[in-house]
Design a protein around this ligand. Structure first.
Ligand code: ATP
Length: 236
């Protein structure tokens, strides 16, 4: 059963078809990568899923329910968590407090919050950094902190927008392992430019091009798809 669906989802910006009649299905438990050339509409698509911007037309359906008209915070409460390209940690707060802010959206008791914080930091490998100011973490660790903030909300769907951008090679290798571990407990939608991350973590891949789904398949199928290769070469 699909955890997330879109039906004819469309967003225009004064004539520009950033997302155009997209039908998308993400089954529960899957790691799905969303790829596409620059300007293909990936961030716009994710913004529509999260409720950051309204669609021009079409529907977003989460767990069988039409959430197209729900504001972003209500979607978070239903179990959607996301991190965005630009880091959004509170630099002057300790790492643990950043995660606690996210955990309090779901946990009512201070013991529950403390447990959720410790668990989320442990899972991303920042278990010993809780007292440090978030702004003192390396860039790569700040990205992991953002993922921990998402995890602390015990999401059913975790959306990661270019999580490996700006990471060092060793950090990217660790990230691949982290995604596999996270996949045991949550469905993941990964917007990613790094093809080795896509190939090694995704169960399936959706390719956006000019706001439309150009292809869907396993990583191997997508790699071998001539239309996808042409889109990346700018000739499609
Ligand atoms: N707020 C906006 N106003 C006008 N045009 C926009 C707006 N947001 C995005 N666009 C346009 O919509 C198209 C899709 O942009 P989007 O950022 O979704 O692509 P993307 O696939 O995420 O690209 P990238 O990989 O470079 O992040 C682009 O042509 C972009 O210029």
């Amino acid at each position: 059963m699909s955890l997330l669906q879109t039906r004819a989802l469309t967003r225009h910006f004064s004539g520009l078809k950033a997302v155009e009649t997209v039908d998308f299905d993400l089954p529960e438990g899957e790691v799905r990568a969303l790829i596409g050339p620059n300007g293909a509409g990936k961030t716009t698509f994710v913004s529509l899923l999260c409720g950051r911007i309204p669609p021009t037309s079409g529907q977003v359906i989460f767990d069988g329910r039409d959430i197209s008209a729900l504001p972003a915070h209500r979607r978070i409460n239903l179990g959607m968590a996301y991190t965005f390209q630009i880091t959004s940690v509170f630099a002057n707060l300790p790492v643990a407090e950043n995660v606690a802010l996210a955990a309090r959206r779901r946990e009512a008791t201070s013991a529950g919050v403390a447990r959720a914080v410790a668990d989320a930091l442990e899972r991303v490998g920042l278990g010993d950094r809780g007292d440090q100011n978030a702004g003192d973490l390396s860039y790569g660790h700040q990205r992991l902190l953002e993922i921990a903030m998402g995890l602390a909300q015990a999401p059913r769907l975790l959306i990661l927008d270019e999580p490996t951008q700006g990471l060092a090679d060793a950090e990217i290798a660790a990230f691949k392992a982290l995604v596999r571990e996270l996949a045991s407990s949550t469905t993941i939608l990964l917007i990613e430019h790094n093809m080795s991350v896509v190939m090694e973590t995704a169960d399936r891949v959706s390719v956006l091009n000019f706001g439309q789904i150009l292809a869907e398949g396993t990583p191997a199928e997508i790699r071998a798809n001539p239309a996808v290769q042409a889109a990346y070469l700018g000739t499609a």
